[in-house]
Design a protein around this ligand. Structure first.
Ligand code: AP5
Length: 190
């Protein structure tokens, strides 16, 4: 059966970490728009050249580009079983995704809102900068990403709360504790 889970939350909340683990457990594909964009940047594609300055400034990439990427990925999956990581991030993306889910008969299992206090998020991302050297993990860009999150993505919390699919997860515990909370919220067991 075609099914999907959405991970929502600010930068550094642990969406990617948890999405990867859940995808492995459920046998779903993790679809991270950030990873797809970074792969374009690394390959120097036209899309990558367009996205890089926006990503380095902590700004969102235009909706039509993101929706094009997601449309392509889903079109290549006969029976999508997907964990959306970092998508949708704007109301326009959420509305477009709703239509895609209906068109493809994909059941939404839940929208996991993972959050933690901003200072913890900044601490984690600065730590990752030292380990992985992600070009958007510097203090100025991190603060810009937080502003973009508050302005453009936070409205999705209300959007999904109204549909009854929102599940709030405290992202402040250990990776293991957060994962257990996610399993509980979705009703899946290891
Ligand atoms: P994206 O790659 O999605 O970045 P993000 O949302 O800023 O998310 P992060 O990857 O920084 O954080 P995360 O929540 O996944 O945390 P993680 O698990 O990595 O987007 C990058 C850019 O691409 C955007 O700024 C935008 O320009 C563009 N973009 C992407 N999608 C877009 C879209 N849909 N529309 C428009 N533009 C888009 O963890 C972070 C760190 O914390 C790691 O080091 C991890 O090991 C650590 N950690 C995780 N959990 C814990 C824990 N419980 N305790 C301690 N440390 C932890």
């Amino acid at each position: 059966m075609a099914e999907a889970v959405i991970f929502l939350g600010p930068p550094g909340a642990g969406k990617g970490t948890q999405a990867k683990r859940l995808a492995a457990e459920l046998g779903f594909r993790q679809l991270s728009t950030g990873d797809i964009l970074r792969s374009h940047v690394a390959r120097g594609t036209e899309l990558g050249r367009l996205a890089k300055p926006l990503m380095d400034a902590g700004k969102l990439v235009p909706d039509e580009i993101i929706l094009g990427l997601i449309g392509e990925e889903l079109a290549a999956m006969p029976n999508p079983r997907v964990i959306f990581d970092g998508f949708p991030r704007t109301l326009a993306q959420a509305e477009a995704l709703d239509k895609l889910l209906v068109q493809r008969g994909i059941r939404l299992l839940g929208v996991l809102l993972v959050t933690a206090p901003e200072e913890e998020l900044v601490r984690r991302l600065l730590g990752r900068a030292q380990e992985e050297g992600r070009s958007d993990d510097n203090e100025a860009t991190i603060r810009a990403r937080m502003v973009e999150y508050r302005q453009k993505t936070q409205p999705l919390v209300d959007y999904y709360a109204k549909t009854g699919s929102l599940k709030e997860i405290n992202g402040l515990g250990t990776v293991e504790e957060v994962y257990r909370a996610i399993q509980e919220a979705l009703g899946v067991r290891a």
